[in-house]
Design a protein around this ligand. Sequence first.
Ligand code: HEC
Length: 106
Amino acid sequence: MQGRHLLLATVMAASGFAVQAAGGSAEAAKGKISACIGCHGIPGYRTSFPDVYAVPKLGGQHPEYIVRALQAYKAGERAHPSMQGIAASLSDEDMADLAAYYGGAR
Ligand code: HEC
């Protein structure tokens, strides 16, 4: 019983650290996500119905993973016309903020 709580606390602390480590601000992302919502669903999209449009779910994804994916689209390493266009317009700071927002627990 107690061990379980301890484990949960550790996991939560660890994921909080990951969000910090990405260097982004979830707060700052709130003015930036309007460009993503149309395709990636509502923010914190995790418990509602499955994706209708075969678009990957971002809520709860690892912040580092989100930043890497956006950089790969921007660099052309990942090919997808709409995401390449969007990523090209994002600065490193935008990416970090968006990653903190989507990677955070909300
Ligand atoms: C026009 C629709 C559209 C918009 C707008 C859009 N996306 Fe995407 N996004 C997609 C699609 C489709 C994919 C899957 C592309 C692929 O297969 O590589 C994707 C993939 C991604 C991935 C990779 C996910 C993974 O699991 O590999 C990330 C990260 C991402 N989008 C972030 C964003 C962010 C942040 C925004 C807003 C700045 C945004 N997207 C706006 C359609 C969109």
